[in-house]
Design a binder for this molecule. Structure first.
Ligand SMILES: [Zn+2]
Length: 122
């Protein structure tokens, strides 16, 4: 199975993409179809950096600023930006150096696939 190459979210899909991610959540999995391929492959990942703050915005709590990756594991569209990290985000991986991560979420996606694979019994 040849893996698709990663590509940035096209400008004309940005609005739909942001809408898909608009539900506040601290989970990897986004419960909305991908605006690009229509599949249920959207994922998110935060990496908290810097000073711990307690920010309240629109009724949601955040621990401070960090890196944010949003991507579709099926069509490999992605977006990387700075974002506020939810207060209860606890999913930061400890087995790789986050300073070596690039905007492309390949390493993170592989890691999540490992976890998903482990929890499935087939
Ligand atoms: Zn997709």
């Amino acid at each position: 199975m040849a893996a698709k190459t990663w590509s940035g979210v096209p400008v004309e899909k940005l609005q739909d993409w942001r809408r898909a991610y608009s539900n506040f959540s601290s989970e990897y999995f986004v419960h909305a179809p991908c605006p690009i391929c229509g599949g249920m492959g959207l994922r998110r990942y935060y990496y908290f950096v810097g000073k711990r703050l307690r920010i309240e915005l629109c009724g949601n709590l955040y621990q401070g600023k960090g890196g944010f990756w949003a991507w579709c594991t099926l069509c490999r569209s992605y977006l990387h930006s700075e974002a506020l990290v939810p207060e209860d985000w606890m999913h930061t991986f400890t087995d790789f150096d986050h300073y070596h991560l690039t905007p492309v979420p390949d390493v993170i996606d592989e890691k999540i696939n490992e976890i998903v694979g482990r929890s499935n019994c087939d």
